[in-house]
Design a protein around this ligand. Structure first.
Ligand SMILES: Cc1cc2nc3c(=O)[nH]c(=O)nc-3n(C[C@H](O)[C@H](O)[C@H](O)COP(=O)(O)OP(=O)(O)OC[C@H]3O[C@@H](n4cnc5c(N)ncnc54)[C@H](O)[C@@H]3O)c2cc1C
Length: 426
């Protein structure tokens, strides 16, 4: 089999050097085997290795090949579902505990970047930009709930004048600034996490796709050329796991989302677009999310599709979206466009749990996994080490399977999304 490489993207083109890691061959015994070398798997591996466990990570392609190496780099506060909904589902006390976990996710990134010297352009400051007055009202309500019921103090409403100073675009009428959210270079953060995990003693194999798992004690994960048996198995393949564990596949829907990176704009021009160098996401259901790169490009994400291949019209469609927000970039082209799969759940909250007493999984961060996946990897590690309280907390969140099974899931979701897209236009 030819060796896999990262998809061609701005991130891959500006990745820190990282070694090629070996392919799994033969029989290996470990305490824990982890399927998937993204943030979830690597975070669990780092925590477990630091606690003295023998850990093996099996990655089908390269470390960070999946969503963790391709995403918008937006480090978000909380969950994709609103805090009000989470409170309704699990009650205020558990909702507060879940919010505290999400807050820990951001702190963990800050801490790991510092502790392990990960160069990934981590910066703080984030704007939810509202194109419609009714979105401003929704943001106001979110702020009130976050402050009064969850004690979160990072938010500040922004009026028309200020939003236009923060983003040089005619489309927004207000916004919500979040001082506690931010941005990073996702692939470099992921590669740094892998380095830290290896330095702590974890063994990572690349080009090692797990073709079969065996439940039992020990559990096992088998690739074409090798097999790892271990006391614990962690499934961290998320949107890319496919049918490896049918028990959990109906709870998530992989949705394609896409990003374009313009050519370099030069420092002054890039600064003129987002002077404070914050990350921005608008409040449309199918949202635009964008930020400046450290080499002064616009990284602009948005669009969704339900196809497994990148639509050919994509670069044009993405550029059209970017020009709606920044008409002043009409002379600028994308140098890179790429996409990847986000796993969403019906309720837009992460699906974390066990499929057997010694087999854990996490998936479906629904677009807020940069901050959440690291802390979820950590709490899976805690559960393996004997403290399952926080995994059990996540198990309280309701998760409705997507209707229709694998064949019907995608068309049904596409129909639902079309409705929401029409609502954005109203
Ligand atoms: C284009 C895009 C933009 C996004 N933007 C944002 C954003 O701005 N902010 C945010 O918070 N979130 C964003 N996300 C989501 C975020 O990237 C994910 O939630 C997060 O990276 C999930 O990490 P993970 O480790 O669980 O999964 P992944 O990073 O996808 O890692 C899973 C890994 O498992 C491997 N794998 C799967 N099956 C097997 C197998 N059988 N054997 C071996 N290996 C296997 C895959 O190759 C993959 O590398 C975005 C996602 C995409 C695709």
């Amino acid at each position: 089999m030819p060796k896999s490489e990262h998809v061609l993207s701005y991130y891959a083109a500006t990745a820190q050097p990282a070694p090629d890691l070996p392919e799994l061959e033969g029989e290996v015994r470990a305490d824990v085997v982890i399927v998937g070398g993204g943030y979830t798997g690597l975070s669990a591996a780092l925590e477990l290795a630091q606690r003295g466990y023998e850990v093996v990570v099996l990655e089908a392609h390269r470390v960070g090949w999946g969503a963790s190496g391709r995403n918008g780099g937006q480090v978000c506060t909380g969950f994709s579902a609103s805090l009000a909904k989470i409170e309704k589902w699990v009650g205020l006390e558990d909702a507060r505990k879940l919010f505290a976990v999400a807050e820990e996710g951001k702190a963990l990134i800050r801490d790991r970047v510092q502790r392990h010297g990960i160069e990934c352009d981590l910066k703080w400051g984030y704007l939810h930009a509202a194109p419609k007055a009714r979105h401003v009202d929704e943001l106001k309500e979110e702020q009130e709930i976050a402050e009064s019921r969850f004690g979160y103090e990072g938010l500040r409403l922004v009026d028309l004048d200020e939003v236009r100073r923060m983003v040089a675009s005619p489309v927004y009428v207000g916004g919500l600034h979040d001082a506690g959210a931010g941005q990073l270079h996702p692939l470099n953060y992921c590669l740094g996490l892998a380095r830290a995990a290896r330095e702590a003693g974890a063994r990572i194999f690349e080009n090692s796709a797990v073709e079969r798992i065996e439940l039992g004690r020990p559990a096992a994960a088998a690739t074409a050329n090798g097999r790892v048996t271990a006391d614990f198995l962690v499934l961290a393949g998320n949107a890319y796991l496919g049918g490896l564990a049918p028990q959990i596949s109906s709870k998530v829907m992989p949705v394609g989302t896409y990003i374009g990176a313009t050519s370099r704009l030069g420092e002054n021009r890039a600064k003129s677009l987002i002077p404070d160098d914050i990350a921005v996401a608008d409040t449309n259901f199918v949202l635009n999310y964008y930020r400046r790169s450290s080499d002064h490009r616009m990284l602009f994400g948005g669009r969704v599709s339900y196809s497994t291949i990148m639509p050919p019209y994509l670069p044009r469609a993405m550029r059209h979206k970017m020009l709606q927000v920044f008409p002043q970039l009409s002379d600028v082209e994308f140098e890179f466009t790429w996409g990847g799969f986000v796993a969403i759940t019906v309720e837009r909250t992460p699906d974390v749990g066990r499929i057997a007493p010694n087999v854990y999984y996490a998936q479906g961060y629904s677009g807020t996994g940069v901050a959440l996946s690291g802390v979820v990897g950590k709490i899976i590690a805690e559960a393996i080490a004997g403290q399952a309280e926080r995994v059990d907390l996540f198990s309280k969140l309701p998760h409705t399977p997507f209707p229709g099974g694998p064949a019907l899931r995608t068309p049904l979701l596409a129909a639902a999304m079309l409705w929401y897209r029409m609502r954005d236009l109203m």
